[in-house]
Design a protein around this ligand. Structure first.
Ligand SMILES: [Zn+2]
Length: 51
């Protein structure tokens, strides 16, 4: 089953790993702990995705 993802750059919703508009890496659209508004979210994403 595909999961809806969202581009952090332009907020385009997609099922692809890369944004079709700006080629930015997309994130899962609905993990509540990983809000882009959360200043600690980026830190956690770096751990999870290893970048
Ligand atoms: Zn984008």
């Amino acid at each position: 089953m595909k999961k809806l993802r969202r581009c952090d750059n332009c907020w385009t919703y997609t099922f692809k790993l890369k944004c079709p508009k700006c080629n930015n890496e997309t994130k899962l659209a609905y993990p509540p702990k990983y809000s882009p508004k959360d200043k600690y979210g980026e830190y956690r994403r770096k751990i999870k995705y290893g970048n």
